[in-house]
Design a protein around this ligand. Sequence first.
Ligand SMILES: [Fe+2]
Length: 217
Amino acid sequence: MATRTQSKSRTGSQSRTSGRSAAGSKSMSTSRTAAKTSNSSRSRGSKSQNEDMPNSKFHQLFVDQLKDIYWAEKALVKALGKMQKAATSEELADAITTHQEQTREHVARLERVFESIGQTAKAKKCPAMEGLIEEGQEVIDDTEEDSAVRDAGLIVCAQKIEHYEIATYGSLRTLANRMGHEEAVQLLEQTLNEEKETDVLLTQLAESSVNEEAAAE
Ligand SMILES: [Fe+2]
């Protein structure tokens, strides 16, 4: 079932990192400063009249980030189904099922956020969530079926996902608040709280039987 390619890609990213020279990073920072200076006294090219409105660039950022998390939540609904089937303990499988149901609600809630600001819900691929989901698949591929180690690995991946979502919803709530989108603030906060609760639940699972069993294997 598993084709393991992670060592190949890790080597690639390592060589990219070591290939950067001190001189290269110096010239990058110089050109960034130059770009900043040239843009500081005038506004950057506007694409529509709306961009002259107060907060319009924040609005665009907000909408882009909404599209990103909308894609992420939809992708997560599918991924959690796979993780649930792969889980060993009933406790973890149940926790994942509950969170999958919540995630479906998060998708619907995001549609209400879009609606509350007069936008149609659209998804934009989220590379971060795609990578986190891939890590979950790697755990499934690299661990034995019905093992406690697999559960410990799935919890690690699930918590990475939760932390990504907590960061996203927290930031989106701040942006919505800054622009006075009160309904959006409330909706985003509701999801943020559920993500935090899931994170706490996963920590409890990790600290209880799952890791003890993994250590005994
Ligand atoms: Fe979510």
